[in-house]
Ligand binder design. Sequence first.
Ligand code: GRF
Length: 215
Amino acid sequence: MLTVAVLISGTGSNLRALLDAAADPEYPAQIVVVGADREAEGFAHAEEYGIPSFMVPWAQFGSREEWGAELGRQLAVWRPDLVVLSGLMRLLPAPLVDEWSPRIINTHPAYLPEFPGAHGVRDALAAGVEQTGASVIIVDNGVDSGPILAQERVPVLPGDDEHTLHDRLKPVERRLVIDVVRRIANGELDLDAASAGAAAASTAADGDASRSPAS
Ligand code: GRF
């Protein structure tokens, strides 16, 4: 059974979906703890399921590094096999990412590498694209730049605003993250291999670029 820590900042609807999935005895992963950087509404889902939770309030720390160090100490208590960032609206400091990656994944409401960052839905609307999407990635030290584990296109409909589009994207994010966690737990998806494969591909691309006439 794969043990999972889920980190949130908000309503935790994606967390809720993971908890519901994990309630099925056939699901090969178990949520062992829920953490947040603030008094998040989503804690209610953890409470309902009797899952322990912890808060590392961003506002109480002087720097990202200090906040991240405490988050790392909390995670070390639970020693999960995997950390899922599910709407955690903070960048993690590099030492924490280095410690956990590739065993740390993130859901994102855009078709990465399109529209990374905190406003993926708003940015897609502002760009006037006809379709955006949802992605699940391995967290690295960039902003939503890690290896892509799963993604799916979602159309932008006439009259969409940030709210309606995000509401249509979230169920796709949920389906993707539930499936990715299942595949990691089953051994169908090897995070070390996914991470190494992406690194090799990027080195090859760099090599190509250095041979291109433009360089
Ligand atoms: C999700 O779209 C997540 O990708 C984004 O914030 C949203 C979290 O929603 N970063 P919820 O808290 O799970 O409802």
